[in-house]
Design a protein around this ligand. Structure first.
Ligand code: OAD
Length: 248
């Protein structure tokens, strides 16, 4: 690349600040009243996950699946972002921030985060069950049986179910590879491919995990710091540290 272009790119990067990539999971929304997955004893709000979150479940009983996500939506519609989500918005004043979330709620958006990648889909969107490119915003909380896309097929939740492809993964990998600092907040790191994102992080950059429990995979990386805390307490504190440390 010509030197003057390199110089310009570096200048732009300096102006925008370092790139922070944040992988979030259900734990960041726990303090907003949304239940996590693995703390609920293998059942998801009383259901076997395969019944309500798989293409087979949808085929067997679409009304049950619609109702399940309608209830999740009804619960999430009034949820408010907590101090953890708000801290990530605040971070944008100092860094170029990308949030990669496994959560289907919209609390990062409600907090004002501007770059959010939803790996597992979005609760407040519906999509055609025959054409994955037909995606619609949901007005309110309900997808009703009989509500169809423009091709006449039943609308389904815009959620990545078990056994389905994760279309946003490629973009998430690209962002992860460019990170100068990588944060992991409130995820058990048990569901792939999301949990594998950490393998794309530059090994020499600083990494942080904030969770109330240490990850099962263990921590054997000198550049990785585990902070045992709730997201709403640990994140605002870490973010103040990062801002001080990087003098931006
Ligand atoms: P999990 O329920 O597996 O993990 C939640 C994590 O959050 C655990 O490590 C908890 O210790 C931690 N935690 C709980 N409360 C917390 C708090 N207040 N502050 C910080 N951490 C807290 O949720 P995910 O890892 O997000 O997929 O689950 C990944 C995927 O599995 C989900 O996206 C979902 C599920 O099946 C789909 O629906 C496709």
């Amino acid at each position: 690349m010509p030197r003057n272009i390199m110089w310009l790119l570096n200048l732009l990067k300096m102006k925008k600040g370092k790139k922070v990539v944040v992988l979030t999971g259900a734990g960041i929304s726990a303090e907003s009243g949304i239940a996590t997955f693995r703390d609920s004893g293998g059942l998801w709000e009383g259901h076997d996950v395969m019944e309500v979150a798989s293409p087979e479940g949808w085929e067997k009983n679409p009304n049950l699946v619609l109702d399940f996500y309608n209830q999740r939506r009804k619960q999430a519609i009034t949820a408010q972002p907590n101090a953890g989500h708000l801290a990530l918005k605040e971070l944008e004043k100092y860094f170029d921030v990308t949030v990669i979330t496994q959560n289907v709620d919209n609390l990062h958006e409600k907090a004002g985060s501007s770059k959010v990648i939803h790996l597992h889909g979005e609760l407040f969107k519906a999509r055609s069950s025959v054409d994955e490119n037909l995606i619609y915003d949901i007005d309110g909380w309900e997808i009703k049986p009989g509500e169809t896309c423009e091709k006449g097929s039943q609308l389904r939740p815009h959620i990545v179910w078990f056994g389905e492809m994760v279309p946003m993964m490629e973009r998430a990998i690209e962002e992860t590879q460019q990170a100068d600092i990588f944060l992991i907040v409130g995820t058990s790191l048990l569901v792939y491919p999301a949990a594998g994102l950490i393998n794309y992080v530059d090994p020499s950059i600083a990494k942080y995990i904030i969770d109330i429990k240490a990850p099962e995979m263990g921590i054997n990386d000198p550049y990785l710091r585990f902070i045992e805390a709730k997201a709403g307490e640990g994140l605002p504190k870490l973010i103040r540290e990062l801002v001080d440390e990087h003098h931006v």
